[in-house]
Design a protein around this ligand. Structure first.
Ligand code: PLP
Length: 396
């Protein structure tokens, strides 16, 4: 980071960090669509390849546009290093490949993104890593499993999807460190605008930049943030060698997304709270899950470790699956899609989509009822969103 940005505040960093202006004097960050770079001499090429001299080599692992995004996100999360990846899933994959080896144990929250569970169970386990799950946010349950299996990595998402359970990052990080484990937090739902896991004691943050960092549903990408050793060397080494790299164009979109991130997250949170409060007053709604509501079981923890409550709201309709489907089919503004983090509000039925591959018993255990509906509240006028839900609910 340049000296003029040292000790600046979040919104200044979000707009300014990482752009090293070229001799063209451009105001906006340029895009460098080049696969390779030209060296001044054979000696310079040799020095760059050996790592003696810094500089660009090949865009699988060095690209100036990708570097702007990496520097900016690292500054916002408060990490030393950031490695950008082709997707959120490849960020998790690169973290596992870089930091785990055969014989290690991995402990994960059960309530993580569906593809994350598939990655751990079907691929990471195949290479001799023991995978264990913890059910729910109770810190005692985490203590018991961490104590018992002595993992190398511990993985969680908070708030969880779709029930918005909130996990105590500080307490779980302490448990990890006492057992010699590293804590990895998927910070996709909050983004650093609302929650900074590294400041709470986590070792590594992973992101699906596809969601709120983009914010307008355009590009797939991800990132890993942490210290210079684990992320800057171990995870970067995976990217350099195996190549699930972020394209310069996508990096540019995400960099511009970071500039408006805190404004957008504040608006998503404000709109979601308004809708969650309204849903709580509805007779056909049995329960609303939103960390910003005092009725949420971890409301106080969320208020302590987050600066706001985010855009994801889940609610249980009394009529089960028929009611949920009727509501979803009747909305006129919300898009029926499982994606989230978009300016456009989305609505989904977890039991038959994102969590459809679980057995009915597994779903019941996870608290995902047939009447559960998840909305990712966008940036439309919240009064229009309430009106839309109101007319749809009338037909249920
Ligand atoms: C979407 C998502 C991912 C995966 O990210 P992709 O960019 O789709 O690969 C991981 N974690 C969470 C919490 C997500 O929502």
């Amino acid at each position: 980071m340049t000296d003029s940005l040292k000790n600046r505040r979040f919104d200044t960093l979000a707009v300014r960090v990482g752009h090293h202006r070229t001799p063209e004097g451009e105001q906006s960050e340029p895009i460098f669509p080049t696969s390779s770079y030209v060296f001044e001499s054979a000696a310079q090429a040799a020095a760059r390849f050996s790592g003696e001299a810094p500089g660009n080599i090949y865009s699988r692992f060095t690209n100036p546009t990708v570097r702007v995004f990496q520097e900016r996100l690292a500054a916002l999360e408060g990490g030393e290093s950031c490695v950008a990846t082709a997707s959120g899933m490849s960020a998790i994959l690169a973290t596992c490949l870089g930091l785990l080896q055969q014989g290690d144990a991995l402990v994960s929250s059960k309530a993580v993104f569906g593809s994350t569970v598939m990655l751990f169970d079907n691929y990471i386990a195949k290479f001799g890593v023991d995978v264990h799950y913890v059910d729910g946010p109770r810190t005692e349950d985490w203590a018991a499993v961490i104590e018992q299996v002595r993992p190398r990595l511990v993985f969680l998402e908070t708030p969880s999807n779709p029930l918005t359970q909130v996990y105590d990052i500080h307490a779980i990080a302490d448990l990890c460190h006492a057992a010699g484990a590293l804590l990895v937090v998927d910070n996709c739902f909050c983004t650093p605008a609302l929650q900074r896991p590294l400041m709470l004691g986590a070792d590594i943050v992973v992101h699906s930049a596809t969601k709120y960092i983009d914010g307008q549903g355009r590009c797939i990408g991800g990132a890993v943030v942490g210290d210079a050793e684990r992320v800057g060397k171990d995870v970067f080494g995976v990217l350099r060698t195996a190549g699930p790299s972020m394209s310069p164009f996508n990096a540019w979109v995400f960099t511009k997304g970071l500039e408006t991130l805190s404004l957008r997250m504040a608006a998503h949170s404000r709109n979601a709270l308004q809708i969650a409060r309204w849903l709580e007053t509805q007779a056909k709604v049995a329960r609303v899950h939103y960390p910003g509501l005092p009725s949420h079981p971890q409301h106080e923890l969320a208020a302590r470790q987050q600066t706001d409550f985010g855009g994801i709201v889940a609610f249980e309709l009394k009529g089960g699956r028929p009611a949920a489907w009727r509501l979803i089919d009747a909305v006129r503004i919300f898009s029926i899609t499982a994606n989230l983090g978009d300016a456009k509000s989305t609505i989904t039925h977890p039991a038959t989509t994102t969590h459809g591959r679980l057995s009915p018993e597994q779903r019941a255990q996870a608290g995902i009822g047939d009447g559960l509906v998840r909305i990712a509240v966008g940036l439309e006028d919240p009064l229009d969103l309430v009106e839309d839900l109101e007319q749809a609910l009338a037909g249920v």
